[in-house]
Write a protein that binds this ligand. Structure first.
Ligand code: ADP
Ligand code: MG
Length: 618
């Protein structure tokens, strides 16, 4: 049954619901759509501006604001103002440990392997939830501006994002009530916005140079038959326009003989200076010298000085371009087009140096901070089937995955993946001496497997007995062009192997698929809440297991107070585990962890010390 909706903005009947394109950026996010004249347009809802700063603020009663309004709290209420959440998406604490000082809010480090969480007041948020809040704001702005419900979107991610980061982006969309039809690479979207790759007959190799607020990346893409292949990426996740602002700020401070330590005591003044520095940088587009009055101080800088200050940073980006070309095994002369992306590519010096390096004029005709969202809107239009000239490749209608701890669905091939495709992931055992592993395969979009459709189940038998966490079981999904899914499980240490085949589309109608999709959107909130509770519980149970075993083994080396207190914390954690309150569980895990860490480390050091001494005697 086809749905017909009326677009109240234009008064025309729309056969298809609008699918928007979203650029979920580290600094700024925005949404675009294809207007009735078939042109991609960015959305500026009620004149609030096109760019929505990717910042979330939590008020005293937990009230959430997103965008410019939230940005105002960056310095006055830093603990409750979350910026750059994209850097944390799909990441573990181990991934970001090096940069932990960058974040002014609390990033939780209780378990370096699992995904990071952020603590605001007494509540724990995942980067998925926070990104979901930004996406929700974009969805609402689009609905308000277009006067029609918006339920489907194409969302972009950096080319270097891994599976877990892509899945996190999909989940964030779901939380915002958006069905994410496809995750598209940012450089691919930018290229589409320039019409590069829309003609299936052309073959091209392009470089996409993306300098944003805090990140830089360059991608080399090969486009053939309308398929974009990433040949190489390079970049620096801590280099961007913010560094240019900082350079101006430093210069003003030095030139006016201001004392930095004193200034730091006045965050409001620092923030004003930083904003003025950013404003100044942008003014160099039209003027070669800028005077700013901040308080009673006149701050002056000219464009030449500015360019000298940022030259080393820009040279660094050129170095990355050189490396990307080398990785792609290409010569500069083999690059057919260069596309500029990101607000910071408006800087004249950047344009000059990139153009000089590649030896050709660069594409900068489209607004560099809008180009990704516009391209995402074009991709959305292609998916909606509105561009008949473009071939749509076959895609899987529902996600395919397996059951993990606590009855959760772990997606291996996300829905809308092009077929044929293959993907895999590594798992391990959760119990000491486990010799069999049940592998249950499901299809569907819900977080809990009990809501999804079961396709197959088998046991991988004959795993040699090892401690929990030691076996390495690779599970690979291969979906061929005929829609047949081959599931392969192999334990890498012993080589034991098992294989089954199923046809996921067998016995399911289009209507059932549609219902499953709709259900996943309507239940997204509950599902994700349940998933987070189960994850917290699994983490807590694992912690109880480990600490209890630790006390059993090493209790004699601990003081009586250490043992009794640990037991007290254990008891409290066990109670929390039955409470159904994920925040309470996390709080207890945190406390137990904090208490036991010092003596766990002490014993470890002793053990290592003994082992080392033992060695040196030999
Ligand atoms: P991201 O992709 O990281 O979310 P954007 O592409 O929106 O970021 O880029 C934001 C950066 O672009 C900011 O540092 C901003 O100061 C910078 N920027 C915006 N306009 C200009 C301009 N006219 N000149 C120089 N830099 C600019
Ligand atoms: Mg960007």
């Amino acid at each position: 049954m086809a749905k017909i909706s009326i677009n109240l903005a234009t008064g025309s009947i729309q056969k298809e619901e609008i699918i928007v394109g979203i650029d979920l950026g580290t600094t700024n996010s925005l949404v675009a759509f294809i207007n009735p004249d078939k042109e991609p347009k960015v959305i500026n809802d009620a004149g609030k501006g096109v760019l929505v700063p990717s910042i979330v603020h939590f008020g005293p009663a937990g009230e959430v604001t997103v965008g410019n309004e939230a940005k105002n709290y960056l310095l006055t209420d830093p603990q409750n103002t979350i910026f750059s959440v994209k850097r944390l998406l799909g990441r573990s604490y181990k991934d970001i440990e090096k940069h932990k000082d960058f974040f002014s809010y609390k990033v939780i480090d209780d378990d370096s392997e699992s995904l990071v969480k952020i603590k605001v007041g007494d509540t724990f948020y995942t980067p998925i939830e926070l990104s979901g809040m930004i996406l929700k704001e974009l969805k609402q702005r689009a609905e308000h501006a277009l006067k029609t419900p918006v339920n489907r979107a194409v969302v972009t991610v950096p080319a270097y994002f891994n599976d877990s980061q892509r899945q996190a982006t999909r989940d964030a969309g779901k939380l915002a009530g958006l069905d994410v039809l496809r995750i598209v690479n940012e450089p691919t979207a930018a290229s589409l916005a320039y019409g590069i790759g829309l003609n299936p007959d052309e073959t091209k190799t392009i470089a996409v140079y993306d300098l944003g607020g805090g990140t830089f990346d360059v991608s080399i893409l090969q486009i053939q038959n309308g398929i974009f292949e990433v040949l190489a990426t390079n970049g620096d996740t801590f280099l961007g326009g913010d560094d240019f602002d900082a350079a101006i700020l430093d210069y003003w401070i030095k030139n006016n003989h201001l004392d930095l330590d004193t200034l730091l005591l006045y965050p409001k003044i620092m923030q004003e200076m930083r904003l003025k520095a950013e404003e100044t940088k942008k003014m160099f587009l039209h003027q070669s010298i800028v005077n700013q009055k901040i308080g009673d101080i006149w701050c002056t800088i000219d464009r030449n000085t500015f360019e000298q200050l940022i030259l080393p940073k820009v040279e660094q980006t050129i170095d990355c371009c050189r490396k990307a070309l080398a990785d792609a095994k290409l010569d500069i002369s083999q690059i057919d087009e260069v596309v500029m992306v990101g607000g910071s590519t408006r800087t004249a010096l950047v344009k000059r140096m990139v153009s000089e390096f590649f030896g050709r004029p660069v594409h900068d005709e489209v607004n560099p901070d809008e180009v990704v969202a516009l391209g995402a809107a074009i991709q959305a239009d292609i998916l909606a089937g509105n561009r008949k000239d473009i071939l749509l490749l076959d895609v899987t209608p529902l996600s395919l995955g397996i059951e993990t701890m606590g009855g959760l669905m772990d997606v291996i091939i996300p829905r809308n993946s092009k077929v044929p495709t293959k993907a895999g992931r590594q798992y391990t055992t959760s119990i000491d001496g486990q010799v069999n592993m049940k592998i249950a395969v499901y299809q569907g979009e819900r977080d809990l497997i009990k809501e999804n459709r079961k396709l197959a189940e088998f046991d991988l038998k004959g795993i040699p007995a090892m401690p929990a966490g030691f076996p390495k079981v690779d599970i690979n999904f291969l979906l061929n062009a005929d829609g047949i899914l081959k599931i392969q499980a192999i334990e890498l240490r012993s080589g034991v192997k098992q294989e089954v085949e199923v046809k996921p589309t067998y016995g399911i109608t289009d209507d059932q698929v549609e219902k499953m999709l709709m259900d996943s959107i309507t239940h997204a909130k509950d599902d994700i809440a349940q998933r987070m509770l189960i994850e917290a519980r699994t983490e807590g149970e694992q912690m109880v297991y480990t600490v209890e075993r630790f006390i059993e083994k090493h209790g004699t080396h601990l003081s009586v107070a250490e043992v009794t207190n640990t037991q007290q914390y254990l008891k409290s954690l066990k109670e929390a585990l039955t409470s159904g309150d994920k925040d309470l569980i996390h709080k207890n895990i945190d406390e137990l962890n904090e208490f036991t860490r010092p003596f766990a480390e002490r014993l470890m050091d002793q053990a290592i010390g003994t082992a080392m001494r033992g060695k040196s005697v030999e």
